[in-house]
Design a protein. Structure first.
Length: 265
């Protein structure tokens, strides 16, 4: 493990593997270097790139500094890009896709950007995320109820069926999820105003000037795919690609060839 220091003094833990052009992987909600898809994806990409996986602040071995803001997470990516030599390709999945796009909006020196299934809600193909979603998350976290926060995220955020959420509580991964549950409010901040079932705000990503690949899975639900299609139309010059046979639980072996082709193209 190595660390970089973000602009506000927070220590950000990362792992570097492989050789070649730099690629930074940005995780989705509750994932980190040792828990989630980044590590196996890094193994697939390492023969072609120098791959940086990192723990988003508040997760794994990274620090955390209050008050939180999306800008601080963008600064974390900036510190990693500097560590990588000053420029890098960036790939983000789910809320990590939202964060990667914020980094591109901020003008970070990203060579190419690839994002998978930013979970936007832009129409009536699913109920909107409740207006009090973030407030309820923050209340659960503030009162020491990380399990309750996870349930709010699973049921109201990503629409996981109740029986599945019940089964999850019996699995060995549940305590690991509870450890990072406080960072769910950070993910919620990335979705503010973008999951209410209305069209995307005009011009929101107009300043994104880097080449961008926007992806979804062929087996994902209509609401996610509709949001991804809207995003592809909202990011200037973006390419839209569907990875057939995949859902939001994207398999690293399925996306790796796409990223290798795109970043090397």
């Amino acid at each position: 493990m190595s660390t970089v220091t973000s602009q506000d003094g927070t220590s950000i833990a990362y792992t570097r593997t492989g050789s070649g052009p730099a690629v930074i992987l940005v995780d989705g909600a509750m994932c980190h270097r040792e828990f989630g898809p980044a590590k196996p994806l890094a193994a697939e990409l390492a023969p072609h790139f120098t791959v940086y996986t990192y723990d988003r602040r508040g997760r794994g071995e990274s620090g955390d500094t209050e008050p939180f803001s999306v800008a601080r997470e963008v600064e974390d990516i900036a510190a990693l890009i500097k560590e990588a030599g000053g420029t890098a390709h960036v790939y983000g999945i789910s809320s990590g896709a939202a964060l990667a796009l914020e980094a591109a909006k901020a003008g970070l020196p990203i060579t190419k950007l690839a994002v998978y299934e930013f979970p936007l809600v832009v129409d009536d193909t699913r109920p909107p995320v409740p207006a009090d979603y973030t407030e309820r998350l923050e209340n659960a976290i503030a009162t020491g109820k990380p399990g309750a926060a996870i349930k709010i995220f699973m049921r109201d955020g990503v629409r996981v069926p109740a029986p599945v959420v019940l089964m999850m509580q019996l699995m060995p991964a549940w305590p690991k999820l509870k450890k990072v549950a406080p960072t769910l409010r950070y993910d919620a901040a990335l979705f503010d105003g973008l999951q209410d079932g209305t069209p995307l705000p005009e011009g929101y990503w107009a300043s994104v000037s880097v080449p961008t690949l926007v992806m979804d899975g062929g087996k994902s639900p209509a609401w996610i795919r509709n949001g991804v299609a809207a995003l592809a139309g909202a990011v200037p010059g973006a390419e839209h690609r569907t990875i057939e046979g995949q859902t939001h639980m994207l398999k690293p072996k399925a996306v790796a060839p796409v990223l290798i082709e795109y970043f090397n193209g």
